[in-house]
Design a protein. Structure first.
Length: 107
């Protein structure tokens, strides 16, 4: 399955199932086949995503520091960082909040 996020204020944003589901769970939305994010919910959604990004980056930074402390090579990320996955969605949320436009998927 893919998620196709749509809004009148932006172009469509298409994400693979795992990525779309992860972002919706972070912002506290049901990752079902259909849904809506209202403009009043968007600021909290952006904040939740930014906090999750910060946590992931802090965890990776701690792993790098620990490896350096042991004289080992820093670990590589096994996945695409959350920041890279979330930035297009954050941009959509910010733009839609400014214009007062809903974001929907599955409709």
């Amino acid at each position: 399955m893919t998620y196709k996020f749509k809004s009148k204020a932006t172009g469509d944003l298409i994400m693979l199932d795992a990525d779309g589901r992860r972002l919706l769970e972070i912002i506290g939305k049901d990752a079902g086949p259909r849904g809506i994010i209202l403009p009043g919910q968007m600021a909290a959604a952006v904040q939740a995503l930014e906090e999750a990004i910060g946590r992931q980056e802090a965890e990776h930074g701690a792993l790098i520091d620990a490896a350096k402390g042991q004289g080992a090579l820093p670990p590589a990320l096994d996945e695409v960082p959350l920041r890279q996955r979330a930035m297009p969605f954050i941009d959509m949320l910010v733009r839609c909040a400014k214009e007062g436009a809903d974001i929907v998927w599955g409709v």
